[in-house]
Ligand binder design. Sequence first.
Ligand code: PMT
Length: 218
Amino acid sequence: AESGDLAGLRFVVSAGPTYEDLDPVRYVGNRSSGKMGFAIAAAAARRGAEVALIAGPVHLATPAGVRRTDVRSAAQLRDAVFAALPADVYIGAAAVADYAPRAVADNKIKKSSDTLVLELVPTPDTLAEVAASPSRPRCVVGFAAETQDVEAHARGKLQKKRLDLIAANRVGVQGSGFESDDNALTVYSREAARTLGPAPKTRLADELLDLIAERLRA
Ligand code: PMT
């Protein structure tokens, strides 16, 4: 990681979970802490990039030199990401909900029967939309959070969403993925695979940026 090597480049980074509201007091969410995406935003800014960070609900301080927009839901995340384009690079580190409740109840849902069925509908896929948009960044990088068959699922997302790179991590185990300070990534392009870590997310952020910088130079 050379200092200033990303000067003149614009990055948009998403981080953290999304919360999909059910009623005024409840939501469907996930375990993302935002650490991975915030580490990437911090490292890119330190290396001279102009960085817009779109953050779901997390308890993290805004990294130095980063322009931050807070969002709650997958729909809000999509709008904030598109408002931050154009950019040279989009990195989707957020754990975006794939489904959200069909409707948000105006009042607190009452306990009334033995079972309760939630109807969920698909959310917008920001990563796929960014990759397909007329203002597509030169480099679109996804993450893949998997509990099994990591490589097959990651390569599937790389192709289907038309990404340049996808960083796959194992979730549901200690020492990587959600919440932990450490992670291990396998970064796939169409041509190659590179394993990074296990290491602190702060170091993996710089190593991922090295791979991105390499592609931008090529
Ligand atoms: O936040 P931490 O606690 O540090 O944890 C880090 C992390 C595990 C959340 C992170 O490393 C990670 O893997 N982020 C992506 C999590 C995820 O939602 O993966 P996915 O395989 O479901 O989604 C694939 C890609 O599509 C992701 O880049 C995601 O941002 C994007 N996506 C998914 C659904 C959707 N509706 N819109 C999207 O943009």
